[in-house]
Design a protein around this ligand. Sequence first.
Ligand code: ATP
Length: 285
Amino acid sequence: MLMVKAHAKINLALGVVGKRSDGYHLLESIMLPLELHDRVEVEIIPSNYGGTFITCDDISVPTDETNLVHKAFALMKQKFNFKQEFRIHIHKIIPLSAGLGGGSADAAAVINALNRILKLNLSRENLIDIAYQIGADVPFCLFNRPAYVTGIGEKLEEIKCHDRYYVLLAKPKEGLSTRQIFNDYDTMQIDKKVDMKELKAALQKGDDQDIAGNMINALEEPAFIRMPSVQKIKEKLVELGFTKVLMTGSGTCVVCLSKDLKALQKAESEISSLAYFTKITETLS
Ligand code: ATP
């Protein structure tokens, strides 16, 4: 049995740079991996067990073909035509519909696990080529390195961050549908310029002020309108004096970065009445 860590991600910046004729949004983002992770166990089962199946200890996660892990397995099977069948168990820790990429992380973990168990020796390009077909965040989750991500998630440029941060995660109970937020975005006139180059340089230098100034997410506005509680969490953290605060992905989790663990712990208790879920983790370098 192989156990793989499936790390959550955060977006430090997220911009919409275009839309394809099929409605797919082209994004650019700077993403950091977090220590917070699901654990995915992958184990070969005998051929008389009735085929590959997924289990999860969180009953709100679907274990049918809509699970991104199933999509990853089906794509790998189609491409490499292996005979082995598997039991895949997801030990869920990453909150759902948070913008923390939990499903994408699980799918990437399964691609990496099958590559190792079946000794496929896939190159970085081979792995990315499978991953982007599952979702735009999946290629990033294969490697868990800070990166500037473009295209449909398949172009990754690694960033060497000067510092590591503690990260307070805070989200209301409800999640938001990614599709809904993009639909809302399309109907709004949002002109948020995100300077990825400046943010990249600031991360490399460890320039906290520039990092804070360039943490922008074009999806915040539509998400705040759908769910004012997300905006309230962000505003409270800013009011407490934090500068590196942003909603991640399409929400609903707000992330707050700091090098001061004690200050984050204090903030965590101060926002407990606003946020249903809170957790302190750290970035991976
Ligand atoms: P992203 O930031 O990539 O949009 P997210 O963190 O907002 O992701 P997820 O938690 O990955 O959202 O998943 C959202 C929905 O996807 C879930 O409500 C669930 O129905 C479905 N899903 C499919 N596979 C998984 C999985 N392995 N883990 C969690 N959710 C999954």
